[in-house]
Write a protein that binds this ligand. Structure first.
Ligand code: ATP
Length: 438
């Protein structure tokens, strides 16, 4: 039997990190239990208004391991082993006080927005809880209703953290990725991180199953957080086996330990397919472009998609050029989160499905009788010969085909402005589009 431990909402922007607490729990419980499977870092709905950063929660499994063990980390110079399966029976109550001690010691209780919660269960909560929590807003009652076994449910302050901790424990991966997290030595917390960017670029080119490492467009490292938390860096990838080697190529300050997490990052689990557009969700919809894109204050670009306005915000940098190149009549599939007020779709990535013909007027039509250019009668109203009065339809203007700088395919913002859950195009079998000169 496995003990399912979920923890959430322990950190704040001022410090700490739930994944650091994960390492503390692993250190504490592996004294007399075995870690089963990978520790899990589960990202939930990125549109919840009360998240601190990336809406991440953790799930750890412990028991009496059987079969082969794998090295998945090193903490305080001790190897961290993980077993694929567990046997025997354990009582969730037995570890309650040890988990509570760690949560109480390592949570940022002074922060008004930090509301920790943890669960220890002998059975996973219902899978529907994970799907709802990664895509929509869940109430505490709904989260508690997903519990299917007796166990420990502990809430602090307003207790909201119990939602994420149960949802993390409810995750049954369909798609998954991995992240090796390196921890900083405590003496360096709150000091600038020392990482050599050349070594990050080298790692990025060498380990091709990793992703979102370096933003070549903005020339910056993406693997290191900007907050004062105890994480030095994290490398994401599809193959957990190569992550420790990738980690060792990074030059900079020495890490105090590391652990490989199994995650739902880069899976698009948060995206709701279908045409419905609800606030605080991330959707994938197909639409026709109905107006020319326009730039607004702050460097953002917005485009009308009939009933919906979609925006590429300034941090998406070069991606805005793709959005600016759209023209009325183009058909697109857009993935993005829906803002409440004003109701806008914040584009996470887009697929150009088809491009409309764009042409440029060269001249008015020629009147055959008079050999004179006809005069325009106004927008879309056609033309008339000023001498003989002969009328010509609007379509008779002499035009030139304009070549488009876009081609059908998928486009995404640069590495540095992607969401944790957003599936990078490098993980998709679909064709990427190309943006060229017109
Ligand atoms: P991290 O810093 O680890 O990336 P975060 O700090 O941004 O994550 P939390 O501090 O964990 O986010 O705060 C998110 C809060 O929202 C938690 O209390 C969690 O239980 C709750 N929560 C998460 N997903 C949902 C959801 N879908 N509906 C309602 N509440 C949610």
């Amino acid at each position: 039997m496995v003990l399912w431990i979920g923890v959430d909402d322990t950190d704040s922007l001022q410090g700490m990190c739930t994944t650091f607490l994960a390492a503390e729990i692993v250190r504490e419980l592996t004294e007399d239990y075995d870690l089963i499977g990978f520790p899990r870092l589960v990202r939930l709905n990125p549109n919840v208004p009360w998240k601190t950063r990336g809406n991440g929660a953790i799930c750890l499994r412990f028991g009496r391991g059987t079969g082969r063990r794998n090295l998945i980390g090193e903490l305080e110079s001790q190897p961290v082993w993980s077993f694929a399966r567990a046997e025997g029976v354990d009582d969730p109550e037995r570890v309650q006080s040890r988990i509570a001690n760690l949560v109480e010691r390592r949570s940022e209780f002074r922060e008004p927005t930090t509301n920790p919660g943890f669960c220890i269960l002998s059975k996973q909560p219902a899978a529907t809880l994970y799907w709802k929590a990664v895509r929509r807003i869940v109430s505490k009652e709904e989260a508690l209703a997903a519990v299917r076994s007796p166990g420990v449910l502990r809430e602090y302050k307003n207790g909201r953290g119990i939602i994420g901790s149960l949802a993390a424990a409810a995750w049954r991966p369909h798609d998954r990725t991995y992240e090796v997290l390196c921890y900083r030595d405590e003496s360096r917390w709150r000091t600038p991180r020392l990482l050599e960017s050349g070594s990050v670029r080298y790692m990025d080119r060498t380990f091709t199953s990793t992703f979102n490492n370096y933003d070549y467009e903005c020339n910056r490292i993406v693997i290191a957080p900007h907050s004062p938390c105890p994480i030095l860096f994290g490398i994401r990838g599809d193959d957990p086996g190569v992550l420790p080697s990738a980690m060792r190529t990074i030059k900079g300050e020495p890490a105090a330990g590391w652990m490989v997490f199994e995650t739902n990052q880069g899976t698009d689990d948060h995206v709701i397919p279908g045409q419905a557009v609800e606030p605080k969700t991330t959707v994938q919809v197909e639409r026709e472009v109905s107006g020319r894109p326009r730039s607004i204050r702050g460097g953002h670009v917005v485009v009308e998609l009939n009933d919906l306005e979609a925006a590429a915000y300034e941090p998406s940098k070069g991606f805005r050029t793709v959005v600016r190149a759209l023209r009325p009549g183009d058909r697109v599939r857009v993935v993005g989160s829906i803002r409440d007020q004003p109701r806008t779709l914040n584009i996470e990535k887009l697929q150009v499905l088809s491009l409309s013909e764009e042409s440029h007027k060269l001249a008015n039509p020629l009147c055959f009788k008079c050999q004179k250019r006809a005069k325009s009668m106004g927008r879309k109203a056609g033309f008339r010969c000023a001498r003989c009065g002969q009328r010509f339809p609007a379509s008779s203007a002499i035009t030139e085909h304009v070549s488009r700088p876009l081609e059908p395919g998928w486009y995404e913002p640069p590495v540095g402005s992607r969401r944790h859950l957003s599936k990078p195009l490098s993980r998709r079998p679909a064709r990427s589009g190309r943006l060229g000169a017109a």
